[in-house]
Design a protein around this ligand. Sequence first.
Ligand code: PGA
Length: 230
Amino acid sequence: MKKLLVANFKMNGNKDFYQKVNKVVNKIAVKDTVVLCPPFVYMPYFKIKNKNVFIGTQDMAGFENGKSTGQISPNMLKDFDVTYSILGHSERRAIGETNEIVAQKVKHAIDNNIIPIICVGGKTKLDEIVEQVEAVLSSVENNNKIFFAYEPISAIGTGIQPSVNQINIRLKLIKETAKKHGFDVGVLYGGSVNMSNIREMNKTIAEGYLMGTVTKNIDELMEIFKGDYE
Ligand code: PGA
């Protein structure tokens, strides 16, 4: 099955970097589904010609156009062919994004045909995961395409990953919780995924990965997109 490979470039890079990413990604053969999530201001540098590559964002507002200084609405993103949006990343939850705010964003993403990739499990606690998943699902219909990414803070940018078993327990919990509410969701893992550990991560039930640090290295990122680890 095709995996969903999400590149979260975070607040890194510059014009030259993103022009290069656009150039190289259009030249390689991608067998999985790739989602590139640059900072908003660099989105216009992407002219994707690869049918397996999509543009996503790292966040968006949970409401439509209006009096909201500094925000980017989901309907604006449609002008840039945005297909996915990472929502509720732990780095955003750390600056005050609550479950209620994340749920609002998920609802508006779906209303605008943007597929949400919702980050959960920062503290890896099982009850926290259930709470975060349920908070989001209560705001949307169950016929929509939704992904959840289990992203323990302890693994983000640290090089220290949970075991295959620890990851599987949490991904199964996300799937079961969603199922109870009538949803069939996709599950991803995120936290220090790179070329040296992706084969190990492929032993988990993850249907894809959310990647941060490795996105700074264009060559390594492209190797992952090409599936060179197999
Ligand atoms: P990392 O980041 O790959 O640097 O651990 C993942 C993320 O924060 O989405």
